[in-house]
Design a protein around this ligand. Structure first.
Ligand code: URA
Length: 278
């Protein structure tokens, strides 16, 4: 009896600490791994057939696992892979083969995107949660259900929008992605936007808004305002610029229901912009 209580206490401790997924049958001693890491190298994943010539590939070099250089190399690899992806199928394939982001090791699935890639509206959240990781689809958990209701309120659904995330892999315990993880995965989401080519971008929550618009403001200051994406474009008037609006993340709205009124105002602005384009 005491034995069972001890096990239950240990399990509760794990859940409180964010360990809420079983990802292997045997425990792995990561401390032991890192001790031998300097001598080891990892090879970058195979590139798709569309890749540029080998001479320009940072990915063809072995990467030292433990050095800060690994981050730079991984970023370079992601840039090369993303640039070589000619369509969404190719982009999904290179992301599924990209083993340099540490988040991929603990994730069950690569959550690529869902909805209609020909839609005018593309939504970008932060990163998959537990439900998304399990099902391999973005925004299918509780906050995804609220997002569906928000979309429905302005006449949209998953056949009329395309949905993805900044990161394709779930951060363990749903923690916030680190700057390194976000930076490493940036080339993928930028290419994803290029390949979908939406008329309107909706940044769902602060992470995608601040990262992709390269701003430091909080979501409360940014929500409901139109920005030009990419931020390096000459502004909304430039032909290639995409109209982009940050909105509150549905998970945030679930915790702060009083903010739904502001979210509603933002949704109406998106609806009006879409109607202007029709
Ligand atoms: N939160 C996100 O930002 N994205 C998801 O896919 C799910 C929850």
């Amino acid at each position: 009896m005491e034995h069972t209580a001890n096990h239950l206490a240990a399990l509760n401790f794990y859940v409180d600490a964010g360990v809420d997924e079983v990802i292997g049958l045997q425990p792995v001693d990561r401390f032991a791994e890192s001790k031998i890491a300097p001598a080891e190298t990892v090879r970058a994943p195979a590139l798709p057939p569309t890749r540029p010539p080998a001479t320009s590939q940072p990915t063809s070099q072995p990467i030292s696992r433990s050095s800060g250089q690994a981050q730079t190399e991984a970023e370079a690899s992601a840039r090369t892979l993303a640039a070589g992806a000619v369509d969404l199928v190719a982009l999904r394939a290179v992301m599924e083969g990209f083993d340099l982001c540490p988040l991929k090791k603990t994730a069950a699935n690569t959550v690529f995107g869902a909805g209609n890639p020909a839609a005018k509206v593309m939504l970008i959240g932060e990163a998959p949660g537990a439900d998304e990781d399990r099902q391999g689809q973005p925004f299918v958990g509780v906050s995804g259900q609220l997002l569906d209701r928000m979309l429905a309120s302005i006449g949209l659904d998953r056949t009329s929008v395309y949905i993805t995330n900044m990161l394709a892999w779930r951060p363990p315990g749903n923690r916030k992605p680190t700057l390194e993880e976000t930076t490493m995965c940036l080339p993928f989401i930028r290419r994803h936007i290029e390949l979908v080519g939406p008329k309107i971008l909706v940044f769902v929550g602060g992470t995608s808004a601040t990262t992709l618009l390269e701003r430091r403001d909080g979501i409360t200051r940014m929500r409901g305002r139109w920005f030009a994406y990419p931020p390096t474009s000459g502004g909304e008037d430039e032909a290639s610029a995409i109209a982009a609006m940050p909105i509150f993340h549905p998970a945030y709205l679930l915790r702060n229901p009083g903010l739904k009124r502001q979210a509603w105002i933002d949704l109406l602005a998106i609806k009006a912009r879409l109607q202007d384009m029709a």
